[in-house]
Design a protein around this ligand. Sequence first.
Ligand code: HDL
Ligand code: ZN
Length: 416
Amino acid sequence: MPILDTGCLRSTVEKVIRETEVTDVHTHLYPPSFGDLLLWGVDDLITYHYLVAETFRWIETPYEAYWDLTTQERADLIWRTLFNENSPIAESCRGILTVLQKLGLDVAARDLPAYRDYFAKLAPADYVDTVFRLGGVKDVVMTNDPFDETERKVWLESYRPDPRFKAALRLDPLLNGWDENRQQLASWGYSVEATMSPACLKEVRRFLREWVERMEAVYLAVSLPPTFMMPEESARGVLVRECVLPVCAELDRPFAMMIGVKKLVNPRLGLAGDAVGKGAIEAVEHLCSEYPRNKFLVTMLSRENQHELCVAARKFRNLMIFGCWWFLNNPSLVEEITRMRLELLGLSFLPQHSDARVLDQLIYKWEHSRRVIGEVLCEEYADLLSAGWRLEEDEIRRDVGKLLGGNFRDFLERQL
Ligand code: HDL
Ligand code: ZN
């Protein structure tokens, strides 16, 4: 039955967007078998580093005094500051209200103790099921760092697979901290040394292969500063060229580059201390052009990089751009960027990832993103109807399926 008018179109798009389960291609989540690495519940939601940064804009508390507080004490301070003394307008605050509402709690009561009582009665394993259901999430890709001692221990001693949690091998310590971290590699039995001899680079490739295999990682990833450039004779440039790209090509895994983060511009804020800078699209163009057998997943943190990233994606079929990352994950920017991408790339991109660090965030990050992506998609379809095009519901379902995960799964399988 063709869709002919915009009223029917809107209701159909809203239904399809709501019913289509997402594959969330970048998160910081873990299954319960990773223990305390899995963050969940109202106090972890409130102390998410986005709210920490926003709270410090109002308070005179010394940074050190805040970090000496317990998680609940930090949450009390943030709740008082951002929810009681100010309306929770910011996306990070509004998101928590969306979570509480979707869980059926009385948001208007503003009763933090009551919310805590609710979560205290939950078991993590059951709650994972609830959150995936309410968030409409099929599966997520984690961020897995073998240099993180707590996480490494789980992988080596107690890991139990959960098909909803795919692994991604995260390489920041290796690529951005070679001098500080190569000794760690040596202590694990990899014969590496300061000078990057062919033997040393061969050992780094062995490290990568072994961890991709152990984790069954679906891609290799790194976050990169605005200054990231390729080609470059830096340790990072050599490791990317001689180790990461060959192993990715050999194992048919994408290399995910998240470009534009300025680490710890205010270190006293901890995880909340990072900022943004405009990256060089030339680095992406060089890699996609010089390594046509490699697949690249790329997201850039600066709003100013978005148009040129879209254009780069038009030039290279081995480039899949994804998400409205971090400081871009706000409705106004998700709308602007998604509209631009649909107009320049059609449906051949991944509009969003959640970047969730706290399990419950899947509920609000996908509720908020679905709403915006659905709005923009609806307007684009309406333009097609105006041009006399005929649309069927199953075509909309096909298109939305690609945007919310199908493009990612196809990209993983694509043979270049
Ligand atoms: O490097 C990354 O993966 C970023 O997403 C950081 O983890 C950042 O702190 C974050 O949580 N963004 O949402
Ligand atoms: Zn992230």
